[in-house]
Design a protein around this ligand. Structure first.
Ligand SMILES: [Zn+2]
Ligand SMILES: [Zn+2]
Length: 1023
């Protein structure tokens, strides 16, 4: 619709834990096997991966049919598939490029680890799986040893992972923090306790001073080097220092006791402290997260399940000071929900910290919607970047293409493509080559040192697959170089807020890591090019200084009607396949786009679909079927003989101007990625301006297709419908396509979004403004009628109006505005059923404002002079008080001194002049003369009679065009009214003959009551 080609390439993310877990569950139900990872090796990786490959396509049909049903326009005939050989080869190329640039390395680190899945996870995966859980909170008092003092000295340690105490090797304190030694009052034993001063109240209670006395206080450095006795002695120490207090700056006094227990295998800080201090390393936990079977009490137990047993044992040994439950956010596996362990492992990393600054610069160039996600959530995430742990100890994934020598693990090489693999392996891969495990692990060759190069067994994080999508979908750099160069970087991407640490991150990290290996992907400051080379950058000017995407639209989650996150557990998931058939895809789409900005969380309320989007679509359809198709299709079609726009009535020119304005606004908003505002603008236009005003005011013009005025109305409505279809097509693609085809014979999706004519040319700002004044006055006039208790059908003689020109109409436009108001006044008169509209410039004669002084408030300001001040307030003019209401300062003069008064000092009383019913708002006044003269009364009765006859015509099943004969009998006043307006009544109800006062004997008579008077009407179809 905008003349750009979008490659609507569909894609399937097929690797990784989501797929593996689904298959494992199936193995569990089919074979009753629980500890799946170990069993996978039994079933065989080949068979397992085969099951994964099949499983990927399980939901293919559901996905494709839903896409089609909701008008999500993707080309499923040529998708990219992340498990395909081509895709994997591109990913290998990216990994090998990074490896060769020193940006992919192997390290031994403590990483978040899922014991069920048997693999480490990356920090961005961990960030997605935090859950509030109750863990034990244990305070342990450990004896200091080698002390020359007589009594027992103990140091207090806090942990929420008691299972790690089995592996304790040291305690850490902060050298600069202040610690205290306290003793229990009224205690016989000479026993003391050591903890951080600032934690005393939190640990021992606010009233600790009643029960404990402080013996002395000192800096943490005094403790460094002291020895203590560990709480559990099940694992023997080998090399390294142990049971020693070390000084570490990361220890804070924000929680716990200011003393941190160190288990270097199970915490990143502990690990680092272990390295710095040469501490022992105990890791008595296997890859399933279980203690060795021969360990006392907890042997074979999953560590988290061992916590209660360990707490019992600590109590038995007399080292447990106290224990309680502690609720905190703890990371869980984002796929299988197992609590993660921090576990020291050898893993492969992308050195993202090396190019963090470049990621930050690139991110700053991205146009984020909403901006705060880019600068806030995402920017902070990048600022705190740590290296990306990219390897996974799993099976169904892109194998890490790195081969390592069995003699010397520093001999390692990356394979960046299948041709390279053939060359190194010295054989053809053949047609049936599968780069997955286990097949890929059969390729090996001799290292230059004589050793054997075999592949490192890991596969990679599936997020690396998805982040490689820009180039891997085109099999770059092996194919499609030009195509990729043209498409990269993306103009915009859209995903959920949960992807800030997922896809948004992996895209950026990979693109930045690859740098100039990708086209159009260098930062200016990274480039070292001459000026003439830069100017070749292309017309877009975006060839440099960019992330893999120029703009991002981030949507928030869809919640249930109560604002709860949808989940299987709560059973509040809404199935699109039940909602869409009920309301239609257009209504669901419109609701999702417009009920709130798409980047705010949205409550999904079925009633909301019906009341907002559903109701709107009904209005839209009714204007087409109920008005246009009903009348215009009988004999009208667009033609040269339709009146030119400039020759059409003001009403037509006004709505066409509004159409042009909305067309321009919607287009501009979409250019700024403001989908919600754009859709809302078009809907409001159609609802308020077209349906509630234009069509209502024009209704009588649609009954005939021959007159000049009628053809103007049809041509105008046709234009409105056609253009509105186009403006709404991206939001409600089905109904707009249907209406557009009906009107023009063409699909709306193959027409330009905006008309070729410059939209401004059709815009008449003065006219739009004048009509807006008229509509405000119509609203006020209706309210005034209601106040006066006069029905709309009763004509009234006149309404006097004031339009505030100042600040509402541009300077110098008063004259043209007044002229337009005069021209539009017949519309207003017809809308309100009035004989005459008068415009005056000041409301002073309509409503008088008086100020009533507030003596108490004035007294505080004026003291003795209060009576004089009150007099001055009472004397304030209407005009001064109106200015005051409009926000201008107000002064009164007392004893030759001018003082400002405030809203508290007075109350403003309004009095309508004469008998007029006056309504005012923001400077607009509508003053209605409610007097019903004899003549107006008769006209009102005549209108009532017509309305009843029209209803009767419908009840009797007459066609709109049927001619009738009519006789009316009844009370004298009714007869007088019918006689006075006989011709008019005949025209309105299509009566060829009207007899008044005679009872008709041949036709059925219908009797009704009008204002207490009886009317008998007989009606017969002619011919
Ligand atoms: Zn898991
Ligand atoms: Zn070697």
């Amino acid at each position: 619709m905008r003349g750009n080609h979008v490659a609507r390439k569909a894609g399937w993310d097929t690797h990784g834990l989501p797929v593996e877990i689904e298959v494992e569950k199936r193995i569990e139900t089919d074979f009753g096997i629980r500890t799946a990872k170990q069993q996978i090796e039994k079933i065989g990786v080949e068979r397992f991966n085969e099951m994964c490959r099949e499983s990927v396509w399980r939901y293919k049909n559901d996905w494709e049919s839903l896409s089609e049903r909701i008008g999500y326009w993707l080309d499923y005939s040529d998708p990219y598939i992340t498990y395909s050989n081509d895709y994997i080869e591109s990913v290998w190329w990216a990994l090998a490029t990074m490896f060769r640039r020193g940006r992919l390395y192997r390290g031994h680190k403590v990483l978040p680890y899922c014991a069920r899945c048997g693999t480490t996870l990356s920090s961005h995966e961990v960030a997605q799986g935090y859950k509030d859980v109750k863990d034990p909170s244990a305070f342990v008092a450990l004896d200091l040893v080698d002390e020359k003092t007589v009594g027992r000295r103990r140091i207090l340690v806090w942990t929420t992972t008691p299972w790690t105490l089995v592996s304790n090797v040291a305690l850490a304190v902060s050298p600069s923090l202040e610690y205290v030694e306290v003793r229990k009052r009224k205690s016989e034993a000479s026993e003391t306790l050591i903890l951080a001063l600032s934690r005393v109240a939190a640990v021992l209670g606010d009233d600790f001073a009643d029960r404990w006395e402080t013996i002395r206080s000192f800096r943490g450095k005094e403790l460094v080097g002291k020895r203590y006795k560990r709480p559990l002695d099940w694992v023997p120490y080998k090399e390294g220092k142990h049971e020693i207090i070390v000084g570490e700056d990361f220890v804070s006094a924000e929680e716990g006791t200011g003393v941190v227990h160190m288990a270097p295998a199970f915490g990143a800080d502990d690990y680092a402290a272990g390295q710095r201090n040469g501490l022992a390393f105990l890791q008595p936990v296997d890859l399933r997260g279980e203690f060795p079977p021969d360990m006392p009490l907890v042997g074979g137990k999953f560590v988290k399940d061992a916590d209660p047993v360990i707490i019992e044992e600590l109590k038995r040994r007399g080292v447990l000071f106290k224990a309680a439950a502690f609720e905190h956010a703890y990371p869980h596996c984002w796929r299988c929900e197992t609590p993660l362990l921090y576990y020291a492992r050898t893993s492969w990393f992308i050195r993202t910290t090396e190019f963090k600054d470049s990621m930050l610069v690139r991110n700053s160039r991205v146009d984020w919607h909403p901006p705060e996600v880019g600068a806030g959530r995402f920017g902070e995430w990048l600022t705190n970047n740590i290296d990306w742990a990219v390897s996974r100890d799993r099976y169904w994934g892109t194998p890490l293409p790195i081969w390592v020598c069995d003699r010397d693990s520093s001999h390692a090489e990356a394979i960046g493509g299948y041709a390279e693999l053939e060359e190194r392996a010295g054989k053809s891969l053949g047609d049936s080559f599968d780069p997955h495990k286990p097949f890929i692990d059969r390729y090996s060759w001799q290292c230059s040192c004589g050793g054997t190069m075999t592949r490192t067994p890991e596969v990679i994080d599936a997020w690396f697959d998805s982040g490689s999508m820009p180039f891997a979908q085109w099999h770059f750099p092996f194919e499609n170089k030009e195509k990729f160069e043209r498409y990269y970087p993306a103009d915009f991407i859209a995903e959920g807020i949960d992807q800030t640490r997922g896809w948004f991150y992996s895209l950026l990290a990979i693109a930045t890591g690859l740098g100039d290996a990708l086209p159009n992907n260098l930062l200016l400051h990274e480039m070292n090019l001459g000026a003439e080379k830069k100017s070749e950058g292309g017309a877009s000017g975006n060839a440099v200084d960019t992330a893999p995407y120029r703009s991002v639209v981030v949507n928030d989650l869809v919640l249930d009607a109560e604002g709860q996150k949808m989940s299987k557990r709560l059973g509040n998931i809404i199935n699109p396949n039940t909602v869409i058939p009920r309301y239609g895809a257009d209504a669901v789409r419109l609701f999702l786009t417009t009920s709130s900005q798409i980047w705010t969380p949205r409550r999904f309320d079925e009633a909301g679909i019906r009341d907002t989007a559903g109701r709107f679509l009904l209005t839209f359809k009714n204007v087409y079927t109920g008005i246009f198709a009903e009348y215009a299709n009988f004999g009208w079609s667009p033609s040269e003989s339709d009146p030119k726009v400039k020759d059409r009535p003001l009403l037509d020119r006004w709505i066409l101007s509004r159409l042009a304005t909305v067309e321009r606004e919607a287009n501009e908003m979409l250019n700024r990625y403001e989908a919600t505002n754009a859709a809302k603008a078009v809907m409001t236009f159609f609802d308020e301006d077209v349906s509630k005003w234009y069509v209502r005011q024009s209704r009588h013009r649609f009954y005939d297709v021959d007159g000049e005025d009628n053809r103007a109305a049809f041509a105008t409505l046709h234009e409105i419908l056609v253009v509105t279809c186009r403006l709404l097509a991206p939001f409600a693609p089905f109904i707009t396509d249907w209406v557009h085809r009906e009107l023009t014979g063409k699909s709306v999706h193959l027409t330009p979004y905006t008309r070729a004519v410059a939209a401004e040319a059709d815009t008449d700002v003065d006219l739009e403004r004048a009509m807006s004044h008229v509509r405000t006055l119509a609203t006020l006039g209706r309210a005034a009628r209601e106040d006066a208790g006069v029905k709309v059908r009763q004509p009234l003689s006149r309404m006097v109006c004031v339009v505030p020109l100042h600040g509402v109409v541009p300077v110098g436009a008063e004259k043209s505005t007044n002229a337009l108001l005069d021209q539009l006044s017949p519309l207003l008169a017809a809308e309100l059923n009035l004989k005459k509209i008068e415009f005056i410039t000041s409301a002073d004669d309509l409503v008088t404002l008086k100020a009533r002084p507030n003596f108490r408030a004035l007294g505080k300001k004026f003291g003795k002079a209060t009576p004089l001040a009150a007099e001055a307030v009472q004397a304030l003019s209407s005009e001064a008080l109106r200015d005051f209401e409009a926000g201008k300062p107000l002064y009164v003069s007392v004893e030759n001194e001018s003082r400002e008064v405030s809203a508290d000092d007075l109350a403003i009383i309004r009095t309508a002049a004469g008998d007029l019913a006056v309504k005012e708002e923001a400077g607009y006044f509508a003053a209605l003369d409610p007097k019903v003269t004899r003549e107006l009364r008769l006209e009102g009765l005549a209108r009532e009679v017509v309305s009843r006859i029209q209803r009767l015509r419908k009840e009797l099943g007459f066609a709109v065009s049927d001619r009738v004969t009519l006789s009316v009998a009844g009370d004298a006043e009714i007869l007088e009214a019918v006689k006075a307006f006989q011709q008019w009544i005949a025209n309105e109800v299509l009566a060829v003959k009207v007899s008044v006062g005679e009872k008709n004997e041949t036709h059925a008579t219908h009797t009704f009551d009008l204002d207490g008077q009886s009317v008998q009407v007989a009606l017969a179809r002619v011919g």
